[in-house]
Ligand binder design. Structure first.
Ligand code: PLP
Length: 386
């Protein structure tokens, strides 16, 4: 169909961003300044959540969240890692960026199995694994498809009845910018949510991320900790010298150049591109049904999902990948499971559900660059067989 391959990911950079970023570059203010504030305002509006804190990446954001869980506690109840036995329950099917911050904060983790019907955390397995040492549950909305948050809250409430506190729910929403369930928007669910604005995400600021909190004290603390522990808003005698620092912090803040690019990309992404991702997903849900050697995920029609990746299960995956390569269509598993690395050997446990489909799953192009002709070609190429 085309001479050049249909990519699995593509960087979206608006003309507005690339055409006018030099204004910021030559403004004399290129690190954190007014542009960061403006981008945060745009994000707060979008999520209808006034507790948004930007960072220089989602990885930094997650590192900050787990640092806060370890050192200070999160939420109104200040749920905190108190003993070496305390742990975070998490999914292994994700980017290393999800789980490495837990390990680097020296917090115990336990893997939860993965639901073969949507690649999200298996909530039955979660329910069987929570215990008094569970301080947080970290979920990923794989490909943008939301975890069943009602069920997750039910597990959290039952947990509360039993143990007298609620584990913190942290959503790694790096794939889920713009996702809405029938009731709520990811980023405003009452949980802590982490987004990525890295190059190939729906909305890019080149690199960047944000954390959406739901508790004001966490916002204030995160703002201090993202910049050395220094209060940027304090009145100072000498403008260069901070006053007393209570707690040491990181250098995780977003800068004005990234914030400006993010803000300039925001409108075309939210007004146009997300819908293209969503429509391509809806198209595949229909057109890839009943094809030999292909099994689809069990996606609900009640949700609005601008799929970041579209995952299917195929027999003879290596042959499928070779076939798609010959058709000039880029496909990939995208993320290696985190639990099989040498670095995570000590956490290993049996995950039979993940085992049952890991050799079959693969992701096909679904983003804004996949037009009607491209998606038809992708479906026809799959129908041809391999
Ligand atoms: C699920 C998930 N979490 C976190 C990240 C990290 O994002 P960032 O590159 O902004 O640190 C990624 C990046 O791809 C991701 O896919």
């Amino acid at each position: 169909m085309t001479d050049s391959p249909i990519p699995l990911f593509k960087v979206f950079m608006s003309d507005k961003a690339s055409g006018s970023v030099s204004k910021v570059l030559s403004s004399g203010y290129i690190t954190q300044g007014p542009e960061v504030e403006k981008f945060e305002e745009v994000l707060k509006n979008y999520f209808s959540n006034d507790k948004v804190v930007t960072t220089n990446s989602a990885t930094s954001g997650l590192h900050l969240i787990f640092h806060m869980l370890k050192e200070y506690g999160l939420g109104e109840d200040k749920v905190k890692i108190d003993t070496a036995l305390d742990h975070v329950l998490t999914t292994p099917l994700t980017c290393t960026a999800t789980n490495w911050p837990i390990i680097l904060n020296d917090i115990n983790l336990r893997w939860v199995d993965v639901n073969p019907e949507n690649c999200n955390m298996d909530l039955d397995d979660l329910e069987s694994k929570v215990n008094k040492n569970t301080k947080a549950v970290l979920v990923v909305h794989w490909g943008g498809y939301p975890v069943d948050l009602d069920r997750l809250r039910e597990i959290q409430n039952n947990f509360y009845q039993k143990y007298g506190f609620k584990f913190v729910i942290i959503e790694d929403s790096a794939h889920a910018f713009g996702t809405k369930t029938d009731k709520e928007m990811i980023g405003n669910t009452g949980n802590i949510s982490s987004f990525s604005f890295q190059a190939i995400k729906h909305l890019t600021s080149v690199d960047g991320g944000c954390i959406n909190f739901n508790y004001k004290e966490d916002v204030d603390r995160a703002k201090l900790l993202r910049w050395y522990g220094i209060d940027r808003e304090e009145n100072r005698k000498d403008f260069r010298c901070e006053s007393d620092i209570l707690n040491v912090g990181f250098k995780f803040h977003m800068n004005d150049v990234n914030a400006y690019i993010g803000r300039m990309n925001f409108e075309p992404v939210t007004k146009d591109l997300l819908k293209k991702h969503e429509n391509n997903g809806i198209y595949y849900n229909d057109k890839l049904k009943n094809i030999k050697n292909v099994e689809l995920m069990d996606y609900s029609n009640d949700y609005s999902v601008p799929f970041w990746i579209y995952t299917i299960k195929v027999k003879n995956r290596d042959r499928f990948m070779e076939h798609m390569k010959n058709k000039n269509i880029i496909v990939s598993r995208v993320h290696e499971r985190n639990d099989k690395h040498t670095a995570t050997k000590s956490y290993q446990e049996d995950l039979p559900l993940l085992e049952s489909f890991i050799d079959e799953m693969v992701c096909i192009p679904v983003g804004w660059w996949v037009g009607e002709a491209e998606r038809e070609y992708i479906v026809e190429s799959i129908k041809e067989g391999w």
